[in-house]
Design a protein. Structure first.
Length: 300
């Protein structure tokens, strides 16, 4: 049967060769069906197959990402100390140079000192007794150093003081220290500090000079140290006295924290702790217990 502009066939039609359709309009396939061939090569409309996956989720320790329809793309980002890369179908996660590749090491000492002042009442740094050592109380060696500026000036320490230093056994990073202390008799502030010397091996060291550091075997005052960490006592509570206490006093436990030095150190470098009073104190004994913080790399 022929209609104007088109042919309509009511009978079954078969084509023995390829069939091509030209000038086909675009459109939307009806929901729930797909056009295809059955086992007899008959054009049929089949029910749409959706499968059994209706959503995809990526679950982490601190959140979940969901994908419900269409193409689902996830981004895996590396955080501090983590690198990520993808090649083909392989996702690789590796550690970068960051916190996860360091082990923290701690050195602790406890001592007391009666700080001295110069002729202008400027407080001076006190270091261990030359004939006793770092772990003996009553530090009584006046360094004549009044500066509290870090990382700028080198000071010559004698052989007596140098052997009272703490030696760093492995290369790493000096983070700084946390300490606790008190003034014995007066409500007056005080400080704790940490001097550093290169290992004397001839390499550039932390200060960039191969000529400075510990001068092994010399009896002269040629061992150069630089002040690297300083903390002033804080007698107030972070809780603001919510535990029922009232007031505060430097004769009570005080915090001294200096933990941002991040100084690269070598094996054999030396650390010299020190205690300082203030311009109004030359007789009161100051007690300090300090924990020095080092980061040692797990890999090189």
């Amino acid at each position: 049967m022929k209609w104007i502009g088109q042919y309509i066939y009511d009978l079954i039609s078969r084509f023995r060769s390829d069939v091509y359709l030209e000038d086909i309009s675009t459109g939307t396939i009806a929901s729930g069906g797909n056009l295809g061939l059955d086992s007899n090569n008959k054009i049929v409309k089949a029910t749409e197959t959706t499968g059994d996956i209706t959503s995809v989720s990526l679950i982490s320790d601190s959140g979940t990402i969901n994908g419900l329809t269409g193409a689902v793309n996830f981004t895996i980002e590396g955080g501090a100390g983590i690198d990520t890369s993808a090649t083909g179908s392989t996702l690789t996660i590796t550690g970068a140079l960051g916190e996860r590749e360091y082990a923290y090491t701690y050195i602790t000492w406890s001592a007391s000192a009666k700080p001295a002042r110069d002729g202008s009442n400027n407080p001076e740094w006190m270091v261990p007794n030359t004939s006793k050592g770092i772990y003996e109380e009553d530090w009584n060696l006046d360094t004549n150093i009044t500066s509290t500026t870090t990382g700028t000036t080198t000071y010559a320490f004698s052989r007596y003081s140098t052997v009272n230093s703490l030696i760093i056994p492995h290369a790493g990073i000096l983070v700084g220290f946390h300490a606790i202390g008190r003034n014995d008799d007066s409500d007056l502030t005080f400080k704790a500090g940490l001097f550093h010397a290169d290992n004397g091996s001839g390499s550039a060291g932390a200060d960039g000079s191969a000529a400075e550091g510990i001068d092994y075997g010399s009896t002269d005052a040629t061992n150069e140290y630089t002040l690297r960490c300083v903390a002033t006592a804080v007698e107030t509570e972070a809780s603001g006295g919510t535990d029922g206490t009232t007031g505060h006093n430097f004769k009570g436990p005080c915090k001294l924290i200096s933990n941002t030095a991040n100084l690269t150190v070598q094996a054999g470098d030396a650390l010299m702790p020190a205690i300082m009073g203030n311009s109004s104190n030359s007789t009161d004994e100051i007690f300090v217990t300090m924990t020095i913080i080092l980061k040692i790399p797990l890999t090189t």
